[in-house]
Design a protein around this ligand. Sequence first.
Ligand SMILES: NC(=O)c1ccc[n+]([C@@H]2O[C@H](COP(=O)([O-])OP(=O)(O)OC[C@H]3O[C@@H](n4cnc5c(N)ncnc54)[C@H](OP(=O)(O)O)[C@@H]3O)[C@@H](O)[C@H]2O)c1
Length: 266
Amino acid sequence: MDFKNKIVLITGASSGIGRESAIEFAKHGANLILVARRQGKLDEIADELKKFNVTVLVYSCDVSKKDQVKQMSKAILEKFDSIDILVNNAGFAIYGSVIDLSIDEIESQMETNYFGMVYCIKNFLPSMLSKKSGHIVNVASVAASFGLPGIASYCASKFAMLGFSEGLKHELKNTGIGVTVVSPIMVRTNFFDHPSFEQMPRFSPTSLSSKTVAKAILRAANSPRLEIIIPSVVRGAVWMKNTFPYFINPIIGKSFKKQLDATKKN
Ligand SMILES: NC(=O)c1ccc[n+]([C@@H]2O[C@H](COP(=O)([O-])OP(=O)(O)OC[C@H]3O[C@@H](n4cnc5c(N)ncnc54)[C@H](OP(=O)(O)O)[C@@H]3O)[C@@H](O)[C@H]2O)c1
């Protein structure tokens, strides 16, 4: 897909991967709809995108609230017949063991990361189907393939996103609408500013820049694949885990559990 003059909606566009994706799409001439809760941050990014001579609209919306998503999509679909690319990127994590997290904290991750994506898809898919074109890009994580101690509920939300995407992709075969999940390893963004990560060591040397992930999101918007894992070498680790779970799971579990125990001691 040539992105020139296409309409791209990005959730979680006020920071990190979403912000960088907006810049990359704008460089390719796409018009953008930026969605997140912080209007001020979205306005700053819209200002920054002026130099690319593309149309940028911003909508403050909490994607975990289905009424807000309905209102936001209604406003957008009154302006445009449909959108061409929907990037479901809004998400967050709360670090901590299941015993220590409250039910509200566990639910909140599912509400934003999983249901936020569902609400956006439910509101924009009908117009994409009428137009017989479009691409849905869902930003998951390698945490969609590994259940990790300390982020069990975050992993659950990303496993759910991957499973939903796979089922939806089958349903949409031959409709002209693609579905692709982008699953990065650790990315250097504000994601880890949540107070629950305070005791965690900062970014690992292998962590990615948000620009690398943004480029993968643009590739995903043109891809027939279900999942793009970045870096691609990590596909091997996912294959190993699925093929030799009795060997791989104890190694992964031990290393992440060690980290969880260390943060509890501090
Ligand atoms: N950083 C990583 O290591 C990493 C790795 C793999 C996958 N991911 C995934 O990448 C995505 C983007 O994360 P990031 O790393 O770029 O983190 P980030 O810099 O913290 O950005 C998160 C974005 O999501 C938005 N957001 C959060 N809750 C929202 C809600 N309820 N409604 C609307 N927008 C909401 C935030 O905007 P407002 O606060 O303004 O609403 C912000 O724009 C997430 O889905 C995350 O799970 C991140």
